[in-house]
Design a protein around this ligand. Sequence first.
Ligand SMILES: [Mg+2]
Length: 320
Amino acid sequence: MSLFTTQKSRRVAQVSEENLIEIIVHSLGRACPPFPAGPGGDCAIIPQTEKARYRVSTIDSVIVGRHFDSSCSGKLAGRKLVERNLSDLAASGAKPKDALLSLMLGPNVDLDWLKEFAQAVGQSARRAGLRINGGDVCQIQAGQFSATLSVQGFSQRVLTRTTCRKDDRLFVTGELGGSRLGHHLNFRARISEGLWLANQKAVTACTDLSDGLLKDLPSLIGKKYDALVDLEKLPMRRAAHTIAQQSGRKAWQHALQDGEDYELLFCVKAKESSSFARKFKKHFPRTRLTEIGLIQVGQGLARDQKTHRPFSGKGFGHFA
Ligand SMILES: [Mg+2]
């Protein structure tokens, strides 16, 4: 089943707006709390119960042709929408709580595809403790689809960018590169790891890798520091090697630049870095953790640890 249909009876335009909302809410399932905290009113009304110090919010979209193509299943597209947002909450060390979903649908969107999409959104949300409180549906031109999710979480201590210090060690979870061979549609945000990291005083700064290490690293360290990266230590996904064979470039270049890794990149105080790594591995025996470099006083550059030369090229940029 693909996103758009030529069969009249399968099109979303065949059902009324009220019915469409009912179908979506039903597919989201138990991720939707009952009214008034859930859909049904002008606004969702949510009692303030969280005692956490910070409320953390973010928003992200998936657009056909940009983040997935029209042959992609609703299941993978829906999951990607939620996990992309959750990855930003993870990078902040926040516990997922509430969300609003906005859908813009061409009239030829397949109703069954949309159901599968909403089911996947509901499942990913439930798994992370995220509730879909409401949202909006509107119709746009045929052949188009976009979905936006705004999410809120809570945190006692938030992880931030540009708060690292000289000599901090640089760590990354998981593996990097070659994401477009599948990982970009099939990943889970590092929510548990992010929550745990926020409780570790040794962790000084954190971000998630969405645009590629080369682009996300400068945004993590800020303008007063450089990061020295040991290329030999980069944890590379098998797909980075596969893609390198096709592109004629090196696998490490793909690990630096491809983007959509959705791993956590963070800094740890030098003195505590080895005890930190042991603790992490004990808590998350199945999450790969790699120390890939260190922080020095500088000017916001990512450099090769061996040659000290700044890396050339960039990660993924939407407007570059
Ligand atoms: Mg991010």
